[in-house]
Design a binder for this molecule. Structure first.
Ligand code: NAD
Length: 346
């Protein structure tokens, strides 16, 4: 944990050390797809830096890992500038963090609206994969990009085109449902656990290096120079949101956006729910903390979003994450739990 008494000088040194370590691990994770430490351990270091910066705001620098998203795009891919940045999510490790977040949203909405509201929530599983933005022009997939640093991603269009779950053309009859002239679908490319195990066996048989976990396998498979390699990897996709849209009316709520994306032909995770009270959101988090291992894909938490999109717009973003969403992170399974609790509780 952080010591009770810290001089500004000690805090400055500690922040610099934490940043250097976090930067090294972020590079291994985002750029090389080969992490050295478990995510929960990374989260502990991150939380420590965040707390330190909260206690000493003068220490916050624009290049601090807490102020940024992801990692820089790899040079070997063409860069794509996202028309709207792909942000990260703020984390909640405890139920009270979720309540505090919801209360903050309510207070801010009350300020902006001049009346008290109880905004509904969408609860979704947090798929542990790789964020991808898919641009459809006149219904045809034209760009697939990684998140990268949130502002610029990697152009991985030929690779994304090999993923069977991703439609190359929005497969809907325009007489039934208007097809947007332009649509950015955001979602997660992931690998099923069973497919991941088979892939690692295959790699080992061929004397190649296996992947550390399904997330790294998914990320490493998408970020291949040769799309044929990507094509040979068992990748999957869940859509969870949208970027800019033109030529179609966008539903007013996140939950309805998910149903709309499903109607347009995108795979949407079946476990999303619209909830009217934060207590139900907490129950959802508890339920999935217990049930996560029953799924054939990895989730590392639950994402809670204020459902009504006009409210989302009123809440806006802070530096690298939206105010209207939060990621409830599951407790780590191993010894890191204790370490994390110590630091999170300081
Ligand atoms: P994040 O991955 O925790 O959260 C943001 C991402 O969640 C989005 O980009 C999106 O791709 C994803 N997501 C999944 N399901 C979603 C849904 N239903 N709705 C919205 N978004 C959804 O945040 P981050 O900033 O990208 O990365 C932090 C994560 O990376 C942490 O888990 C951290 O432990 C891990 N990490 C680990 C190491 C390491 O060395 N082990 C290093 C760096 C980062």
């Amino acid at each position: 944990g952080l010591p009770e008494q810290l001089s500004l000088r000690e805090a400055t040194e500690l922040a610099a050390r934490l940043r250097a370590v976090l930067q090294q691990h972020a590079y291994r994770y985002y750029v090389l797809d080969r992490p050295l430490i478990p995510d929960a351990e990374y989260d502990v270091l991150w939380a420590a830096l965040e707390r330190l910066e909260a206690r000493f705001p003068e220490l916050v620098t624009p290049d601090s890992p807490t102020q940024r998203v992801g990692g820089p795009p790899l040079e070997r891919f063409e860069k794509v500038r996202h028309p709207e940045p792909l942000l990260s999510l703020n984390n909640a490790f405890r139920e009270e963090d979720v309540r505090a977040w919801y209360e903050r949203c309510c207070r801010m909405l009350e300020e902006r609206l001049g009346r008290r509201v109880q905004p509904a929530l969408t609860a979704e599983l947090k798929i542990d994969g790789l964020a991808i933005a898919l641009t459809y022009t006149q219904g045809v997939l034209t760009i697939g990009a990684t998140r990268g640093d949130g502002v610029e991603g990697e152009n991985v269009t030929p690779n994304v085109r090999t993923i069977p779950a991703i439609p190359l053309r929005i497969p809907i009859d325009p007489a039934v449902e208007p097809v947007p002239t332009r649509l950015e679908v955001r979602g997660e490319v992931y690998m099923r656990r069973s497919d991941f195990e088979q892939l690692n066996e295959r790699l080992l048989e061929r004397g190649e290096r296996p992947f550390a976990n399904p997330r790294n396998a998914a990320a490493g498979s998408v970020r291949q120079l040769n799309p044929q390699v990507t094509a040979s990897r068992p990748l999957n996709f869940f859509a969870y949101g949208i970027g800019p849209v033109a030529g179609a009316a966008v539903p007013e709520s996140q939950y309805d956006v998910l149903q709309w994306l499903r109607r347009l032909g995108f795979p949407v995770n079946p476990h999303a729910q619209r909830l009217s009270h934060v207590d139900e959101a907490i129950a959802y988090c508890r339920q999935w903390t217990e049930a996560r291992d029953t799924l054939d894909y990895e989730i590392d938490g639950v994402v809670l979003k204020i459902d009504h999109r006009p409210y989302q717009a009123l809440l806006g973003n802070i530096s690298n994450a939206p105010r209207w969403a939060i990621a409830y992170k599951f407790p780590a399974r191993e010894a890191t739990t204790r370490l994390r609790n110590i630091i999170v509780n300081v």
